[in-house]
Design a binder for this molecule. Structure first.
Ligand SMILES: *Cc1c(COP(=O)(O)O)cnc(C)c1O
Length: 415
């Protein structure tokens, strides 16, 4: 059947065999998708979503009933006291930056307990010099490394007792590192450990790529505030841009006043016609995350069959939608990413090349033949050009398209 798509019969046969073996895993993923769908549907009904919420505002955006109700729906889904779901957040990075600037003051210390945060935060924090960084405001930064993919409890306790820490950042997804992502169980344990030592420290979670992967979110296990992107999981592939921040009411108030202006906070922010897309995106998100997870499991198993080291393995517990593949050879990483692009619905005739991206020390290759620019809830794959040549693959709006993309990439690598 796939011959006309350039997939040879042998590979299609292997795909069939793999799909049989991963069937029980798919069942579990679908059960989880069911739980999250129910959660979303209940939130829509409780907030009495109606046609009027699809309308929107311009200018200052006062009294945007769609926007305000969307934020209530997100609160119910994420179990938050309050939330900001805004297109004025350009990206996940921007939402993280605004949150950090909102909650930290001169002489405060920020502590990361999952090692170095995501690359794009280097200049926000001041790890890499920037005249607008937190560091330039006299906010210092400490980090505790993970130890064998677990929190280093001893070191966390020492740091909390030695220094007055204002905010702890925990990044669940691995970013471009070779570590494993943080499960909700690991997170729960770490938060209760922190709370025994320090009741006041703000616990902020970078929740990018983790929403709906299980049936519990970080605020349910004691986090104070969580941040994520709408061109990842919760946007369901339909949100055109934006990010969310959710958590304790007084913290969200501070973030709102930093995003807009002190005194204006949540009251302003025009939605310019996107309310329906945000709502429909959230509605689709449990299914889209299900499709992404199935695509990741399929890729993990078939690439393992072909002799590659993969993480997580197909039957391992997952914390996010990211699948890593260790290609060991530069050429394979590049041709795999190019193959993902070839299997995409948009820009399938473009050939991604490694390039010197701002903010990265090595060249990076990025494949994203997506409807929304840079959207990584759509099938996408990228990796820094350095040994052991790891590809970070994620997304897939449907499993069928995800599977086709993965097969195209494998076929391209074989050529
Ligand atoms: C994607 C991501 C970010 C940044 O989000 P953008 O929307 O790309 O700016 C931050 N942290 C993690 C772990 C991510 O995966």
């Amino acid at each position: 059947m796939l011959e006309e798509f350039g997939i040879e019969e042998k590979l299609e046969e292997l795909a069939k065999k793999v799909e049989k073996e991963i069937e029980p895993i798919f069942q579990k993923i679908e059960e989880n998708g069911m739980k999250n769908s129910l959660k979303v549907l209940k939130a829509f009904q409780k907030n009495e979503i109606a046609e009027m919420h699809f309308g929107s505002t311009t200018g200052y955006g006062y009294g945007d009933i769609g926007r305000d109700t969307i934020e209530k729906v997100f609160c119910d889904v994420l179990k938050a006291e309050d939330s900001l779901v805004r297109s004025q957040f350009i990206s996940g990075t921007h939402a993280l930056s605004v949150t950090l600037f909102a909650l930290l003051r001169p002489n405060d210390t920020l502590l990361s307990i999952t090692g170095k945060p995501y690359d794009t935060l280097d200049e926000v924090i001041g790890i890499k010099e920037n005249p607008s960084s937190l560091k330039s405001y006299g906010i210092s930064f400490e980090q505790v490394e993970l130890k064998n993919n677990e929190f280093d409890y001893e070191e966390i306790e020492k740091t909390l007792k030695k220094k007055n820490i204002k905010l702890i950042e925990i990044q669940r997804s691995k970013g471009y590192s070779a570590r494993k992502s943080i499960t909700i169980e690991q997170l729960e344990k770490a938060i209760s450990f922190i709370r025994k030592i320090d009741q006041k420290v703000i616990i902020m979670i970078d929740n990018c790529y983790c929403e709906f992967v299980t049936d519990k979110e970080p605020l349910e296990v004691g986090a104070d505030i969580i941040v994520g992107s709408l061109i990842k999981n919760l946007g369901g592939g339909l949100a055109p841009n934006g990010a969310y921040v959710a958590g304790k009411k007084e913290l969200i108030q501070l973030v709102a006043e930093r995003l807009t202006a002190p005194g204006e906070g949540k009251e302003v922010g025009p939605t310019l016609g996107i309310n329906k897309s945000i709502l429909q995106g959230l509605f689709m998100a449990p299914s889209v995350v299900t499709a992404s997870l199935k695509t990741a499991v399929f890729a993990s198993k078939i690439l393992e069959e072909l002799g590659y080291k993969v993480e997580p393995k197909f039957d391992e517990k997952r914390a996010d939608i990211v699948q890593t593949i260790y290609f060991a050879e530069k050429e394979k990483l590049i041709t795999y990413c190019q193959g993902i692009q070839m299997g995409s619905p948009v820009d399938s005739n473009s050939i991604p090349m490694p390039w010197d991206m701002p903010g990265y020390s090595d060249q990076v290759i990025m494949a994203a033949g997506t409807f929304t620019q840079g959207s990584s809830i759509e099938l996408s794959c990228d990796g820094p050009i350095r040994p052991p040549y790891i590809a970070f693959m994620q997304g897939g709006l449907t499993y069928e398209y995800g599977k086709l993309g993965v097969l195209k990439a494998i076929q391209n690598m074989k050529k």
